[in-house]
Design a protein around this ligand. Structure first.
Ligand code: C5P
Length: 228
């Protein structure tokens, strides 16, 4: 472990608030690595689903045991969550995993495992971490904390544009808004805004504008003293 204190930029917020893509972009601009804490909850859920037992039979010890199959691998600009040593990006972003992930994320032992895994990543690299509670439970001493919010309709619209690669209809946005609001409710207890977080409402911001603001804030607070 290095004795230079690592820089941690914590970006939290509700589902589809643009945390992951914004964090990835900010990390690339700063030369840091992006850690997506949600990808660990998702990878664990996918590993459990691969076992075949229905979610109602998943006990906390069954869940935690699957954690040994998940690793975070440092790549050029981000950490990637692997299941049994292999990437599973498409699988972990799919609807089946999304429908069960909040159930897994509610378990205290699972949260402790994710938090320890993310902290370990931040011991070796300057990081931009995103999630629900990075600025509170995981990195209360983070160099910079951002809490991203956006109108649910706009979050739903953005998510659909990303998924469908076309303009969604009003009906599609309404149905997606419903799903998002339901997931917000399921995740409400673990979505915690730090008192010292900078709140950024991205409803009327483009992604380059969001990234620019966070990069500017990060540069202002992350100067390291010169090495003597
Ligand atoms: O960010 P993403 O939507 O990929 O996260 C997937 C799920 O993981 C969330 O719906 C939430 O249940 C859980 N999560 C969490 N705490 C975090 C990150 C994600 O509870 N720090």
């Amino acid at each position: 472990m290095s004795d230079v204190p690592r820089i941690v930029i914590a970006i939290d917020g509700p589902a589809a608030s643009g945390k992951s893509s914004t964090s990835q972009w900010v990390a690339e601009r700063l030369g840091f690595l992006h850690v997506d804490s949600g990808s660990l909850y998702r990878a664990l859920t996918a590993a459990l689903l691969r076992q075949g037992a229905p979610p109602e039979r998943w006990t906390s010890s069954v869940m935690v045991a699957q954690g040994s199959r998940i690793t975070l691998r440092a790549e050029a600009t981000s950490f990637s969550a692997l299941i049994d040593g292999a990437p599973a990006e498409e699988e972990i972003r799919g609807g089946i995993v999304t429908a069960s992930v909040s159930l897994v994320a509610r378990v205290a032992e699972v949260r402790a495992w994710v938090n320890a895994t993310v902290r370990e990543a931040a011991q070796t690299h300057d990081v931009v971490v995103d999630g629900r509670d990075m600025g509170t439970a995981v990195f209360p001493e983070a160099t910079l904390k951002i809490f991203l919010i956006a109108d649910p309709w706009e979050r739903a619209r953005r998510r659909l544009v990303q998924r469908l690669e076309r303009s969604p209809t009003e009906e599609e946005i309404a149905a997606e808004t419903d799903l998002l609001v339901q997931r917000d409710a399921k995740d409400a207890t673990q979505t915690v805004q730090a008192k010292d977080a900078v709140v950024l409402d991205t409803t009327y911001l483009t992604q380059p504008q969001q990234v620019e603001r966070i990069v500017a804030l990060a540069r202002a607070v992350s100067h390291r003293p010169p090495v003597t």
